[in-house]
Design a protein around this ligand. Structure first.
Ligand SMILES: CC(C)(COP(=O)(O)OP(=O)(O)OC[C@H]1O[C@@H](n2cnc3c(N)ncnc32)[C@H](O)[C@@H]1OP(=O)(O)O)[C@@H](O)C(=O)NCCC(=O)NCCS
Length: 160
């Protein structure tokens, strides 16, 4: 598995992930796929995940690097490649990048409370649930919480 920069040729696949309703938990917002792809293209902090020569997903560590000591992790693995350990390995590489290449103290991720796979995923890979913003989004007639997970630099170092 490798992480590499986002290239122009990744556009169609990346935009399809943004449009895929089953992946909506990834970003939680209605993003404009074209504008979003323009933003991630060539960004030092956005990566395409490759496994066995195939593009299998995207992972990003985002922060206001001038000021922040917290960085937000976002990950999507193409549904064709779920449950093969790619997400876990991609996060592991992204954390190594964040803690080795930046001064980040804390990497966090936000997950909607109805996104059961991602809730289980972050718990399974060693993130701590640190808080819950209550009823941030209406899904049909049900209010959904937003759950924050994080990993601190020392926790990551302890796992190495
Ligand atoms: C969450 C996501 C990244 C997981 O990717 P993945 O490559 O399928 O995950 P992995 O194979 O590495 O799974 C690692 C562990 O996470 C948990 N997990 C992952 N998917 C799960 C699912 N659908 N149901 C239950 N547990 C799940 C399991 O504990 C799994 O370990 P196991 O397979 O040995 O039981 C993927 O489902 C995805 O892209 N979801 C949409 C985007 C999103 O919600 N991103 C998170 C918000 S940033």
């Amino acid at each position: 598995m490798t992480l590499r920069p986002v290239r122009r040729a990744d556009g169609p696949l990346y935009k399809n992930w943004l449009r895929d309703p089953t992946l909506a938990g990834w970003h939680g917002n209605a993003l404009d796929p074209t504008a979003e792809f323009r933003r991630v293209l060539g960004s030092r902090y956005n990566f395409i995940v490759e496994a066995g020569g195939n593009v299998v997903g995207h992972v990003a560590i985002e922060a206001d690097w001038e000021r922040d000591t917290s960085a937000e992790l976002g990950i999507v693995i193409d549904p064709l490649h779920h449950r093969r350990g790619y997400g876990k390995r991609a996060v592991s590489l992204a954390l190594a990048f964040a803690f080795r290449e930046t001064r980040t103290h804390r990497v966090w991720a936000g997950v909607l409370g109805n996104n059961a796979p991602a809730l289980r995923f972050f718990r399974d890979i060693g993130f701590s649930e640190e808080g819950r913003a209550r009823e941030v989004r209406l899904d049909g007639d049900e209010w959904i919480d937003y759950v924050h997970f994080s990993m601190l630099r020392r926790e990551w170092a302890h796992r190495m």
